[in-house]
Design a protein around this ligand. Structure first.
Ligand code: GLN
Length: 332
C-alpha cells in the first residue's frame, strides 16, 4: 500500500477498524460508512463541525448537493473517488478553510465565490447589511452608497440585490479582490449597479471632496489588533488575506482614517455604518462623537450579543460651520 495515501495510513479507530480497514471493506463500503469514517478522522484532527465538513467534502467529491448526498447514504461509495476524497480531507486537516476548498460561501442567501484573494464573508456581517437595508429603505429617493473595502463584494452585492434605486461605489485596495467581487456581482446580476474602484479608502474621490456625494457609507474594515494576528485560528491566520484583517497597532487604524475622511463625502444627515470587533464599539463611538461630525452612535449587537455594528448620522457641528477641506487626514 503506498504510504503517501492518506486513508490507509490513518490511525486506527475504535475496534481496530482503522482507515486501513477501508481497503478491506473495499467495494462493500457505503457512502454512509465513508461519511462516518471521514467525520471521525476530521474530529480526531480537531476540526470543528467534523460532520458538516465531511458531508460537504464528500458531496463535492461525488458531485452531489448535500441533500442528494443524504438520499444516497446507503448506496455504494465509488472506490475510484477515494483519492480525491483523501486529497480534500488532507487539505482541510492542514488548516485550509472549508470555504476555500469548496470555493463558495453563502451570505445573505446569495452564493459567493471565495478564494484566498478575499476574506470569507462572516455571518455576523449580515447585521451590517440588515441595518444598511433598513436605513436605505426609509426613502424612495435614488441614493448613492459607498462601501469601503468590499473584498468578495458580499456587502455591496447584498445591498444591490435588496434595495432598489441605489447606486453603489465599492472600493478595495486589492485589485485581485476586485476581480473576484466583479465576478460575484455578475453572477448575482447586479454588476451594472456597482462601480468597483481600486482605492485606499477615499483617495481617488478627492475631486469630490466637500461635495458630499454619498447618502450612506458602509464598511467592515480590517480591525484585528496586529499583535493578535498570531493568535488567530490557523484557518484565518495562515490562509485569509492579512491585509483584510490587520487593523494596525491597536486594531483601530481604519476607523480613525474613515472617521477623519468620511465627513467630506457624506451628505448632511447621511449615514455611516461600521462593523467593529469585540470590545471596539465604545471606542469607535467615542471617536465618532468626538470628531464633532456625527450623532452619538447606536451600537447594535449581533446574534452572540457582541456589539458589532456602529451606526450614526452626519451632523454639522453646532459650534462651527463645516470648513472647506475639513475632516481630512493629512496622510491622504
Ligand atoms: N471578523 C473577522 C474575524 O473574525 C475579522 C474581519 C475584519 O477584520 N474586518 O477574524
Amino acid at each position: 500500500m503506498p504510504s503517501n495515501h492518506l486513508l490507509p495510513t490513518l490511525p486506527p479507530r475504535g475496534g481496530g477498524r482503522g482507515w486501513g480497514a477501508l481497503c478491506d471493506f473495499g467495494l462493500k463500503m457505503t457512502v454512509l460508512e465513508i461519511l462516518n469514517w471521514s467525520t471521525h478522522y476530521l474530529k480526531d484532527h480537531r476540526i470543528e463541525n467534523p460532520r458538516l465538513n465531511a458531508e460537504l467534502l464528500l458531496a463535492r467529491v461525488l458531485n452531489l448537493s448535500k441533500e442528494s448526498l443524504y438520499a444516497r447514504l446507503n448506496g455504494q461509495f465509488q472506490q475510484e473517488k477515494k483519492e480525491a476524497l483523501e486529497r480534500l480531507i488532507e487539505r482541510r486537516i492542514s488548516g485550509e478553510p472549508l470555504q476555500y476548498i469548496l470555493g463558495h460561501q453563502e451570505f445573505w442567501s446569495i452564493d459567493f465565490r471565495v478564494d484566498p484573494r478575499v476574506l470569507i464573508p462572516r455571518p455576523e456581517t449580515e447585521l451590517l447589511v440588515e441595518q444598511s437595508v433598513s436605513t436605505l429603505s426609509e426613502t424612495s429617493l435614488v441614493q448613492t452608497v459607498l462601501e469601503i473595502g468590499t473584498g468578495s463584494g458580499a456587502i455591496a452585492i447584498s445591498l444591490a440585490k435588496e434595495v432598489r434605486d441605489i447606486f453603489i461605489v465599492a472600493t478595495d485596495i486589492s485589485r485581485e479582490a476586485l476581480l473576484l467581487a466583479k465576478e460575484n456581482a455578475k453572477s448575482a446580476g447586479v454588476l451594472h449597479r456597482i462601480a468597483f474602484v481600486n482605492a485606499d479608502l477615499l483617495g481617488p474621490f478627492r475631486y469630490l471632496r466637500d461635495q458630499e456625494p454619498f447618502d450612506l457609507i458602509v464598511s467592515n474594515p480590517p480591525y484585528i489588533d496586529r499583535s493578535e494576528i498570531q493568535r488567530l485560528a490557523r484557518e484565518i491566520r495562515d490562509y485569509e488575506p492579512i491585509a483584510a484583517l490587520d487593523g494596525g497597532e491597536d486594531g483601530m487604524e481604519f476607523y480613525r482614517r474613515i472617521i477623519s475622511q468620511a465627513p467630506s463625502y457624506l451628505r448632511r444627515g447621511g449615514w455611516l455604518l461600521l462593523e467593529v470587533g469585540e470590545g471596539q464599539g465604545e471606542k469607535v463611538a467615542d471617536q465618532l462623537e468626538r470628531s464633532g461630525y456625527f450623532l452619538r452612535p447606536q451600537l447594535l449587537p449581533d446574534l452572540s450579543g457582541i456589539k458589532r455594528v456602529v451606526k450614526t448620522q452626519k451632523i454639522i457641528p453646532s459650534h462651527r460651520p463645516l470648513q472647506k477641506n475639513e475632516g481630512f487626514n493629512s496622510s491622504l
